[in-house]
Ligand binder design. Structure first.
Ligand code: DSN
Length: 420
């Protein structure tokens, strides 16, 4: 890091401070994780220099023989990990992966039946401010009011009524197993294509800890940086009959040159995800999510839908004065990083919210287990009950320092930077 420090001390300092922040805080944002050194090393390479528009063996530029190797590895590993007929590893993000599927499968104005953001869906699943909501007719499904779970009968009824060209399953804030087989049945009955956005659960799917959508869906999209613990990026899996359409939709449809250094890191991530150690990690992610939600529930917090089957859950803070926004700010002050989140049928605005979304992929990467989750629930409860008392927040901060010191993160990177 000597060159960076010399050339741009401001950026160097911000990166060092961010590395320390990640080490010093308890990261509970469900969509975040901590990549390993091999991913960082692959990202920070000269493959960033190479233009490689096109696909392996069919590029517009010369000199692609080595970037072709990493893209082929990433494609083969993605196909084998998820049992997919075709993989496109070029999307820069999950949003772009979703956009490419829409471009490949739909025409402007076609109808998509997808989960409402307010119920746990994603912006690119048809929010009115997003391209998906602007260019397509969106019908949203939500959750059952009693169970706060997906209501497959309601989804079937909506599909019968609106005859969507495509049904989209997948969510950013849904703590329960998604029944892709049921979705496929509904899609077949209404002659719709089925797309699954598995961004949040891809790591669990890779290890057989959540049903695999690739078996049922025509298109599966994902990010690679959440439970999958790879570089910040996206990916599309699809049936062979859609391969050409998908590849054309990504390039030249919506992207130019792929980010070859990130594709190299994606190849590494997909290799790591095939290792037995990765399955052990994902099993612990789920155990930790259950342990943390149980511990909070014992302290009197209502957990949406009564618990979790995956890596995340939602806490209902009730309809009093404590909003998700306030709670997230207070927790942040004490060193616990979370995000405010709407809960199903939330009466508060998306800016305030009545809930928090908590996830355990990042803390599990640090090696924390059930015992630490119980401790973290205690610390969270203390902060939420004493949010305005700075002495109590400082005491919690101190306890978090002890915890984070016991499970150090990026110690080698911090040392390298401090010595640069
Ligand atoms: N922003 C991501 C999340 O937090 O779930 C989804 O893209």
């Amino acid at each position: 890091m000597k060159a960076l420090k010399k050339t741009d001390p401001q950026v160097f300092k911000a990166i060092l401070d961010e590395t320390r922040r990640e080490n010093d805080n308890l990261e509970l944002i469900a969509s975040e994780n901590f990549v390993g050194r091999a991913i960082i090393e692959a990202e920070a390479t000269v493959m960033t220099n190479k233009y490689a528009e096109g696909y392996p063996g069919r590029r517009w530029y010369r000199g692609c023989e080595f970037v072709d190797i990493v893209e082929r590895l990433a494609i083969e590993r993605a196909r084998s990990l998820f049992g997919a007929e075709h993989a496109n590893v070029q999307p820069h993000s999950g949003s772009q992966a979703n956009m490419a599927v829409y471009l490949a499968a739909l025409a402007a104005g076609d109808t998509i039946l997808a989960m409402d953001l307010r119920a746990g869906g994603h912006l690119t699943h048809g929010h009115f401010l997003n391209f998906s909501g602007k260019y397509f007719k969106i019908i949203h499904y939500g959750l059952n009011k009693e169970t706060e779970k997906l209501d497959y009968d309601e989804i079937r009824n909506l599909a019968r009524t609106h005859k969507p060209k495509m049904i989209l399953a997948g969510a950013s804030a849904y703590p329960r197993t998604i029944d892709f087989k049921k979705f496929k049945k509904i899609a077949n009955e209404s002659n719709a294509l089925l797309m699954v956005d598995m961004a949040h659960i891809a790591g669990l799917v890779a290890c057989g800890l959540h049903p695999n959508p690739t078996e049922y869906a025509d298109f599966v999209t994902t990010t690679t940086h959440k439970t999958l613990r790879g570089p910040r990026s996206g990916m599309i899996l699809c049936k062979k009959k859609f391969a050409q359409k998908i590849d054309r939709a990504v390039f030249p449809g919506i992207q130019g040159g792929p980010l070859m250094h990130i594709i190299a890191a994606k190849a590494v991530c997909l290799k790591e995800a095939g290792n037995p150690a990765f399955k052990k990690y994902q099993i612990q992610v789920i155990k930790n999510a259950k342990a943390l939600s149980n511990a909070l529930s014992k302290k009197g917090y209502r957990i949406v839908s009564g618990g979790t089957d995956n890596h995340l859950f939602l806490v209902d803070l009730g309809d009093g004065n404590i909003t998700g926004k306030y709670a997230a700010e207070r927790l942040d002050k004490a060193g616990i990083t979370v995000n405010k989140n709407l809960i199903p049928f939330d009466k508060k605005s998306a800016n305030l919210t009545s809930g928090l979304r908590l996830g355990t992929p990042a803390l599990t990467t640090r090696g924390m287990k059930e015992k630490e989750m119980v401790k973290i629930a205690e610390l969270m409860d203390t902060v939420l009950k004493n949010g305005k008392k700075s002495d109590i927040l400082s005491q919690v901060r101190k306890e978090i320092k002890v915890l984070t010191k016991t499970f150090p993160l990026y110690a080698d990177l911090i040392k390298d930077m401090e010595e640069a």
